[in-house]
Write a protein that binds this ligand. Structure first.
Ligand SMILES: [Cu+2]
Length: 111
């Protein structure tokens, strides 16, 4: 009886681990907005070749992180759209508030 209990627990844990990262991310809206000191949504997913705008202003300059990021590393104060032509996870931040956690990521998935 005890053995079956442990088997059941093992199945339950396996089921929980089955969900691959990215599947619960919301689909990116046409424009990623800013709410307080956070991007909204702060994480989202979209398909290769799609475009998304990311809000930026003088109060919240946007810069991309990492190599191969369509969002330039040099901060921009203009809201503009970016096209992601390669699958991967792209991170960005508000250069004024990154210490306060004003960061975001876009997960680009292949067709
Ligand atoms: Cu900011």
């Amino acid at each position: 009886m005890r053995k079956f209990l442990w088997m059941g627990l093992g199945v339950l844990i396996a089921a929980c681990q089955d969900s691959s990262p990215g599947t619960e991310l919301p689909t990116c809206p046409p424009t990623i907005g800013i709410e307080g000191l956070a991007y909204s949504p702060s994480s989202c997913k979209m398909g290769v070749g799609q475009r998304v705008s990311i809000s930026a202003s003088t109060a919240h300059p946007l810069r991309g992180l990492g190599t191969g990021n369509p969002i330039p590393a040099t901060p921009t104060t203009a809201t503009q759209s970016y096209t992601f032509s390669k699958a991967g996870t792209y991170e960005y931040e508000c250069s004024a508030h990154s210490a306060q956690g004003m960061k975001g990521s876009i997960t680009v998935v292949g067709p």
